[in-house]
Design a protein around this ligand. Structure first.
Ligand code: C2E
Ligand code: CA
Ligand code: CA
Length: 340
């Protein structure tokens, strides 16, 4: 019975806060997230009960806000796992256990390697490899991403000194953008390794541009001043529009692999892809297609007008020394190499 009443109270509170409030002449839209915790028969003390309610409330927020989620013991377990992951990641970063692999990017016409994209790897002791999607997100939410991002750049530059004619792309998290010293730190790492900034492209996803357009604009401006190029990554996976490309002066657009995969599903995906690439090119912005796994996909994206292609068809992400070997063999185009 108490549970039913509790639920009703939560629903009432949520609907109360779902309406905008008038404060003087201004309208304030606020929301609310609720985390109820129950002590059956009062056997849990107040402090613990509050802690559980707090945990449940954060769970409600992480699940999309504007809702309630009652405390469950799994929330504690998950939190502990998350804390452990973050602690291990911190240790790994500090002890130089994050490695970097490189995925070649090829010129569409010649199929020769024109650049490489640096991708972070973490082999977590006792667990095995952790997906970058997981540990990058953990680094972002725990304040470790600045350090991790610079470590990746550092290693990527170190490796790239072996390949003076290859462009180097490095992913940058939107969180790193908030750091006012970011551009200066990038420059000092490039100088340390004697890498001309014109060789380097930073890839960023759209999130930050949508939520903080002014600050993003300033940050991009600073980076362009030091001479690096900026690519809009994962285009087509979210909300970024062609207008963003122009507004922020991106130097390149990378089409998300979901758009390439969608080609196999038919529908209007081919028309969409063709129009997107054409529009970017009409603004003078070259386009890279990623996630190319078949010759058919490569042919279509070539026809669309992408000047660079990336994907398992050409090469998977690999350690630096394998890139060196591949470059040495590249006197013949990649495709012919495969045949021989
Ligand atoms: P991303 O920047 O879009 O990188 C491309 C991802 O697609 C990589 O996954 C790559 O291994 C994978 N990939 C490449 N070719 C193919 C293909 O033909 N088919 C398929 N199915 N996948 C392909 P990975 O290495 O797991 O990285 C995932 C994401 O993690 C990256 O997506 C990037 O957003 C992020 N990430 C990786 N390293 C870093 C880093 O150093 N800093 C930051 N901020 N993010 C990173
Ligand atoms: Ca990328
Ligand atoms: Ca991407």
């Amino acid at each position: 019975h108490a549970r039913i009443e509790g639920r009703k109270l939560c629903d009432d509170l949520l609907s109360l806060f779902s309406e905008p409030f008038m404060i003087g002449t201004r309208v304030a839209a606020i929301g609310c997230s609720i985390g109820p915790a129950v002590s059956k028969g009062g056997d849990i003390d107040g402090e613990e009960l509050l802690r559980r309610a707090d945990m449940a409330m954060y769970e409600a927020k992480e699940n999309g806000r504007g809702r309630y989620m009652a405390y469950e013991p799994y929330m504690d377990t998950r939190r502990e796992e998350k804390n452990q992951l973050e602690a291990d990641l911190k240790y790994a970063i500090e002890h130089d256990e994050i490695s970097v692999v490189f995925q070649p990017v090829v010129n569409t016409l010649t199929r020769r390697i024109s650049g490489v994209e640096a991708l972070a790897r973490w082999n977590r002791a006792g667990y095995g490899p952790v997906s970058p999607d997981v540990f990058i997100a953990a680094a972002e939410s725990s304040g470790l991403i600045d350090q991790l991002g610079l470590a990746v750049l550092q290693k990527a530059c170190h490796a790239a000194t072996e390949w003076p004619h290859v462009k180097l792309a490095v992913n940058v998290s939107p969180v790193q953008f908030r750091n006012p010293f970011f551009a200066a730190q990038v420059l000092s790492i490039l100088e340390e390794h004697d890498i001309p900034p014109a060789r380097v492209m930073l890839e960023m996803t759209e999130g930050y541009f949508i939520h903080h357009p002014e600050r993003a604009g300033t940050a991009i401006e600073k980076l362009k001043q030091i001479g690096v190029s900026i690519a809009l990554d994962d285009f087509g996976s979210g909300f970024a529009s062609i207008g963003y490309l122009r507004r922020f002066g991106f130097n390149r657009m990378k089409i998300d692999k979901s758009l390439v995969v969608a080609l196999d599903e038919g529908g209007r995906s081919l028309e969409m892809l063709t129009a997107t690439v054409a529009l970017a090119r009409s603004l003078g912005i070259p386009v890279t297609a990623e996630g190319i796994e078949t010759e058919d996909q490569a042919a279509i994206l070539q026809l669309c007008g992408c000047d660079e292609l990336q994907g398992y068809l050409f090469a998977k992400p690999m350690p630096a020394d394998e890139v060196t070997t591949m470059l040495a063999q590249q006197e013949t185009p990649v495709r012919q190499l495969k045949v021989s």
